[in-house]
Write a protein that binds this ligand. Structure first.
Ligand code: NAP
Length: 258
Protein backbone atom coordinates (compact mmCIF):
# COMPACT_ATOMS: atom_id res chain seq x y z
CA UNK A 1 0.00 0.00 0.00
CA UNK A 2 1.49 3.40 -0.87
CA UNK A 3 1.51 6.41 1.47
CA UNK A 4 -1.50 8.06 -0.25
CA UNK A 5 -3.71 5.06 0.49
CA UNK A 6 -2.46 4.68 4.06
CA UNK A 7 -4.58 6.02 6.93
CA UNK A 8 -1.50 7.56 8.55
CA UNK A 9 1.51 9.75 7.85
CA UNK A 10 5.08 9.16 9.00
CA UNK A 11 6.46 11.89 11.25
CA UNK A 12 9.78 12.36 13.04
CA UNK A 13 10.34 12.94 16.75
CA UNK A 14 12.12 16.28 17.18
CA UNK A 15 12.26 16.86 20.98
CA UNK A 16 11.95 14.80 24.13
CA UNK A 17 11.52 16.16 27.65
CA UNK A 18 11.57 14.09 30.82
CA UNK A 19 9.57 15.52 33.75
CA UNK A 20 9.91 12.62 36.18
CA UNK A 21 11.01 8.99 35.74
CA UNK A 22 7.44 8.18 34.67
CA UNK A 23 6.37 11.35 32.82
CA UNK A 24 7.68 12.71 29.56
CA UNK A 25 6.69 14.94 26.66
CA UNK A 26 7.70 14.78 23.05
CA UNK A 27 7.34 16.83 19.91
CA UNK A 28 7.20 15.62 16.36
CA UNK A 29 6.82 17.06 12.90
CA UNK A 30 3.27 17.75 11.72
CA UNK A 31 1.88 16.83 8.34
CA UNK A 32 0.54 19.96 6.61
CA UNK A 33 -2.75 18.16 6.05
CA UNK A 34 -3.27 17.22 9.72
CA UNK A 35 -6.03 19.46 11.11
CA UNK A 36 -7.52 19.40 14.60
CA UNK A 37 -9.59 21.42 17.04
CA UNK A 38 -8.00 22.20 20.42
CA UNK A 39 -9.00 19.40 22.81
CA UNK A 40 -8.92 16.62 20.22
CA UNK A 41 -6.55 13.66 20.14
CA UNK A 42 -4.43 11.92 17.53
CA UNK A 43 -3.92 8.21 17.14
CA UNK A 44 -0.20 7.52 17.31
CA UNK A 45 1.51 4.35 16.19
CA UNK A 46 4.92 2.99 17.14
CA UNK A 47 6.58 0.07 15.47
CA UNK A 48 7.72 -2.70 17.80
CA UNK A 49 10.92 -4.69 17.33
CA UNK A 50 8.90 -7.51 15.74
CA UNK A 51 7.53 -5.10 13.08
CA UNK A 52 3.97 -4.90 14.42
CA UNK A 53 2.46 -1.46 15.12
CA UNK A 54 0.84 -0.48 18.42
CA UNK A 55 -1.68 2.40 18.32
CA UNK A 56 -2.85 4.72 21.14
CA UNK A 57 -4.82 7.96 21.35
CA UNK A 58 -3.00 11.04 22.68
CA UNK A 59 -4.41 14.54 23.08
CA UNK A 60 -2.38 17.33 21.57
CA UNK A 61 -0.72 19.70 24.05
CA UNK A 62 0.27 21.99 21.19
CA UNK A 63 -2.16 24.44 19.64
CA UNK A 64 -3.86 23.94 16.27
CA UNK A 65 -1.64 26.77 14.96
CA UNK A 66 1.74 25.28 15.87
CA UNK A 67 3.82 23.76 13.10
CA UNK A 68 4.70 20.81 15.34
CA UNK A 69 2.64 18.41 17.48
CA UNK A 70 3.37 17.94 21.17
CA UNK A 71 2.15 15.14 23.46
CA UNK A 72 2.41 14.42 27.20
CA UNK A 73 2.69 10.83 28.38
CA UNK A 74 3.07 8.63 31.39
CA UNK A 75 5.26 5.53 31.20
CA UNK A 76 2.88 2.73 32.11
CA UNK A 77 5.07 0.09 33.79
CA UNK A 78 5.22 -2.85 31.36
CA UNK A 79 2.85 -0.98 29.01
CA UNK A 80 3.21 -2.07 25.40
CA UNK A 81 2.91 1.39 23.91
CA UNK A 82 4.39 3.84 26.39
CA UNK A 83 7.46 1.76 27.13
CA UNK A 84 8.24 1.64 23.36
CA UNK A 85 7.47 5.32 22.97
CA UNK A 86 9.61 6.51 25.88
CA UNK A 87 12.62 4.73 24.31
CA UNK A 88 12.33 6.40 20.89
CA UNK A 89 15.24 8.76 20.25
CA UNK A 90 14.97 12.12 18.47
CA UNK A 91 14.86 11.49 14.73
CA UNK A 92 12.90 8.26 15.04
CA UNK A 93 9.65 7.72 13.20
CA UNK A 94 6.19 7.92 14.69
CA UNK A 95 3.01 7.18 12.74
CA UNK A 96 0.04 9.53 13.03
CA UNK A 97 -3.44 8.80 11.70
CA UNK A 98 -4.54 11.46 9.25
CA UNK A 99 -7.81 12.11 11.06
CA UNK A 100 -7.97 13.74 14.52
CA UNK A 101 -10.60 12.44 16.99
CA UNK A 102 -12.56 13.43 20.06
CA UNK A 103 -15.35 15.64 21.36
CA UNK A 104 -13.66 17.40 24.27
CA UNK A 105 -13.89 20.70 22.45
CA UNK A 106 -15.43 24.08 23.13
CA UNK A 107 -18.02 23.57 20.42
CA UNK A 108 -19.76 21.11 22.78
CA UNK A 109 -21.16 24.21 24.48
CA UNK A 110 -23.54 26.68 22.95
CA UNK A 111 -23.31 29.14 25.85
CA UNK A 112 -21.87 29.61 29.36
CA UNK A 113 -20.02 32.34 31.25
CA UNK A 114 -17.42 30.42 33.20
CA UNK A 115 -15.35 27.49 32.07
CA UNK A 116 -13.96 24.90 34.49
CA UNK A 117 -11.23 22.61 33.14
CA UNK A 118 -10.84 19.71 35.58
CA UNK A 119 -7.90 17.37 34.99
CA UNK A 120 -5.78 14.70 36.62
CA UNK A 121 -2.26 13.76 35.52
CA UNK A 122 -1.60 13.74 31.78
CA UNK A 123 -5.28 14.61 31.27
CA UNK A 124 -4.20 18.26 31.45
CA UNK A 125 -2.91 17.96 27.84
CA UNK A 126 -6.05 18.97 25.89
CA UNK A 127 -6.56 21.96 28.19
CA UNK A 128 -3.05 23.21 27.46
CA UNK A 129 -3.94 23.14 23.77
CA UNK A 130 -7.22 25.02 24.36
CA UNK A 131 -5.52 27.69 26.47
CA UNK A 132 -3.24 28.44 23.50
CA UNK A 133 -6.23 28.99 21.25
CA UNK A 134 -7.73 32.47 21.04
CA UNK A 135 -11.35 31.29 21.19
CA UNK A 136 -11.38 30.28 24.86
CA UNK A 137 -10.25 33.72 25.99
CA UNK A 138 -12.92 35.50 23.99
CA UNK A 139 -15.80 33.20 24.85
CA UNK A 140 -15.62 32.96 28.65
CA UNK A 141 -15.55 35.47 31.49
CA UNK A 142 -13.63 33.21 33.84
CA UNK A 143 -11.50 30.16 33.06
CA UNK A 144 -10.39 27.86 35.87
CA UNK A 145 -7.81 25.13 35.29
CA UNK A 146 -7.67 22.48 38.02
CA UNK A 147 -4.72 20.09 37.69
CA UNK A 148 -4.53 17.25 40.20
CA UNK A 149 -1.42 15.09 40.63
CA UNK A 150 -0.05 12.84 43.32
CA UNK A 151 3.22 14.71 44.01
CA UNK A 152 4.47 18.23 43.26
CA UNK A 153 7.15 16.94 40.85
CA UNK A 154 4.33 15.75 38.56
CA UNK A 155 2.94 19.28 38.09
CA UNK A 156 4.31 19.63 34.56
CA UNK A 157 3.95 22.58 32.19
CA UNK A 158 3.86 25.38 34.79
CA UNK A 159 6.30 27.38 32.64
CA UNK A 160 4.10 26.96 29.58
CA UNK A 161 1.07 28.19 31.54
CA UNK A 162 2.97 31.29 32.69
CA UNK A 163 4.21 31.91 29.17
CA UNK A 164 0.75 31.55 27.58
CA UNK A 165 -0.55 34.33 29.84
CA UNK A 166 2.09 36.73 28.49
CA UNK A 167 1.33 36.08 24.81
CA UNK A 168 0.12 39.11 22.95
CA UNK A 169 -3.28 37.63 22.10
CA UNK A 170 -3.86 36.42 25.69
CA UNK A 171 -2.33 39.15 27.89
CA UNK A 172 -5.43 41.40 27.86
CA UNK A 173 -7.57 38.46 29.02
CA UNK A 174 -5.11 36.93 31.48
CA UNK A 175 -7.11 38.30 34.46
CA UNK A 176 -9.86 35.82 33.54
CA UNK A 177 -7.63 32.86 34.39
CA UNK A 178 -7.27 30.98 37.68
CA UNK A 179 -4.88 28.07 38.03
CA UNK A 180 -5.61 25.61 40.84
CA UNK A 181 -2.81 23.08 41.31
CA UNK A 182 -3.85 20.11 43.45
CA UNK A 183 -1.29 17.78 45.04
CA UNK A 184 -2.90 14.86 46.84
CA UNK A 185 -0.03 12.91 48.38
CA UNK A 186 2.18 15.72 49.67
CA UNK A 187 1.49 18.84 51.65
CA UNK A 188 2.50 21.66 49.29
CA UNK A 189 2.04 25.38 50.01
CA UNK A 190 -0.12 27.06 47.36
CA UNK A 191 -1.75 23.81 46.27
CA UNK A 192 -5.04 22.29 47.36
CA UNK A 193 -4.57 18.90 48.99
CA UNK A 194 -7.68 16.79 48.28
CA UNK A 195 -9.08 14.95 45.26
CA UNK A 196 -11.17 16.99 42.82
CA UNK A 197 -14.23 14.90 43.73
CA UNK A 198 -13.79 15.72 47.43
CA UNK A 199 -13.16 19.39 46.62
CA UNK A 200 -16.46 19.45 44.74
CA UNK A 201 -18.39 17.71 47.51
CA UNK A 202 -17.01 19.94 50.27
CA UNK A 203 -17.40 23.12 48.20
CA UNK A 204 -13.72 23.92 48.85
CA UNK A 205 -12.92 24.32 45.15
CA UNK A 206 -15.57 26.96 44.54
CA UNK A 207 -14.69 28.71 47.80
CA UNK A 208 -11.00 28.74 46.87
CA UNK A 209 -11.67 30.18 43.41
CA UNK A 210 -14.45 32.49 44.62
CA UNK A 211 -16.85 31.32 41.93
CA UNK A 212 -19.92 29.09 42.18
CA UNK A 213 -20.26 26.19 39.73
CA UNK A 214 -23.84 26.30 38.51
CA UNK A 215 -25.80 24.84 35.61
CA UNK A 216 -26.79 28.33 34.46
CA UNK A 217 -23.38 29.94 34.20
CA UNK A 218 -20.75 27.20 34.27
CA UNK A 219 -19.46 24.78 31.67
CA UNK A 220 -17.17 21.95 32.75
CA UNK A 221 -14.67 19.86 30.80
CA UNK A 222 -13.29 16.74 32.49
CA UNK A 223 -10.20 14.81 31.44
CA UNK A 224 -8.00 12.26 33.15
CA UNK A 225 -8.41 9.27 35.42
CA UNK A 226 -11.58 7.46 34.23
CA UNK A 227 -12.88 7.06 37.80
CA UNK A 228 -12.40 10.76 38.48
CA UNK A 229 -14.20 11.60 35.23
CA UNK A 230 -17.13 9.32 36.03
CA UNK A 231 -17.41 10.38 39.69
CA UNK A 232 -17.29 14.08 38.77
CA UNK A 233 -19.85 13.54 36.03
CA UNK A 234 -22.22 12.00 38.59
CA UNK A 235 -21.58 14.79 41.09
CA UNK A 236 -22.29 17.40 38.43
CA UNK A 237 -25.43 15.58 37.34
CA UNK A 238 -26.55 16.03 40.93
CA UNK A 239 -26.24 19.79 40.34
CA UNK A 240 -28.39 19.48 37.23
CA UNK A 241 -25.33 19.82 34.99
CA UNK A 242 -25.81 17.29 32.20
CA UNK A 243 -23.49 15.88 29.57
CA UNK A 244 -23.61 17.94 26.42
CA UNK A 245 -24.84 15.88 23.46
CA UNK A 246 -25.31 16.87 19.85
CA UNK A 247 -29.10 16.62 20.18
CA UNK A 248 -29.19 18.24 23.65
CA UNK A 249 -26.61 20.87 24.60
CA UNK A 250 -25.56 20.64 28.24
CA UNK A 251 -22.96 21.84 30.72
CA UNK A 252 -20.42 19.00 30.81
CA UNK A 253 -18.08 17.27 28.31
CA UNK A 254 -15.65 14.49 29.16
CA UNK A 255 -12.67 12.48 27.93
CA UNK A 256 -11.17 9.47 29.68
CA UNK A 257 -7.45 9.61 29.28
CA UNK A 258 -6.72 5.90 29.27
P1 NAP B 1 -3.69 8.93 39.12
O1 NAP B 1 -3.93 7.77 40.02
O2 NAP B 1 -4.59 9.11 37.98
O3 NAP B 1 -3.64 10.26 40.00
C1 NAP B 1 -3.55 11.57 39.49
C2 NAP B 1 -4.40 12.45 40.37
O4 NAP B 1 -5.76 12.05 40.25
C3 NAP B 1 -4.05 12.31 41.85
O5 NAP B 1 -4.19 13.58 42.44
C4 NAP B 1 -5.10 11.35 42.34
O6 NAP B 1 -5.41 11.47 43.72
C5 NAP B 1 -6.30 11.76 41.54
N1 NAP B 1 -7.30 10.71 41.44
C6 NAP B 1 -7.10 9.40 41.20
N2 NAP B 1 -8.27 8.74 41.19
C7 NAP B 1 -9.24 9.66 41.42
C8 NAP B 1 -10.66 9.59 41.54
N3 NAP B 1 -11.32 8.44 41.40
N4 NAP B 1 -11.32 10.73 41.80
C9 NAP B 1 -10.68 11.89 41.95
N5 NAP B 1 -9.33 12.03 41.85
C10 NAP B 1 -8.61 10.91 41.58
O7 NAP B 1 -2.16 8.90 38.81
P2 NAP B 1 -1.26 9.01 37.56
O8 NAP B 1 0.11 9.01 38.15
O9 NAP B 1 -1.66 10.11 36.65
O10 NAP B 1 -1.55 7.62 36.86
C11 NAP B 1 -1.56 6.42 37.63
C12 NAP B 1 -1.70 5.22 36.77
O11 NAP B 1 -2.72 5.41 35.79
C13 NAP B 1 -0.46 4.97 35.96
O12 NAP B 1 0.50 4.24 36.65
C14 NAP B 1 -1.03 4.26 34.76
O13 NAP B 1 -1.15 2.88 34.99
C15 NAP B 1 -2.40 4.82 34.60
N6 NAP B 1 -2.39 5.80 33.48
C16 NAP B 1 -2.40 5.33 32.21
C17 NAP B 1 -2.36 6.20 31.17
C18 NAP B 1 -2.37 5.68 29.77
O14 NAP B 1 -2.31 6.46 28.84
N7 NAP B 1 -2.44 4.40 29.57
C19 NAP B 1 -2.34 7.57 31.35
C20 NAP B 1 -2.32 8.05 32.66
C21 NAP B 1 -2.35 7.14 33.69
P3 NAP B 1 -4.85 10.37 44.81
O15 NAP B 1 -3.41 10.71 45.04
O16 NAP B 1 -5.74 10.60 45.98
O17 NAP B 1 -5.01 9.01 44.20
Amino acid sequence: MNAIQEKFTRQAITHLHTWTPSLFSFRCTRDVGFRFTAGQFARLGVRKANGSIVWRGYSMVSSPFDEFLEFFSIVVPGGEFTSELSQLPVGDEILIEKQAHGFLTLDRFVDGENLWLLSTGTGVAPFLSMLQDFEIWQRFERIVLVYSVRSAAELAYKDLLDEILTREYVAEYAHKFTFVPVVTREDIAGCLGARITDLLISGELEKHVGLPMTAESSRVLLCGNPEMVEDCRMLLQGRDMQLSLTRRPGAVAVENYW
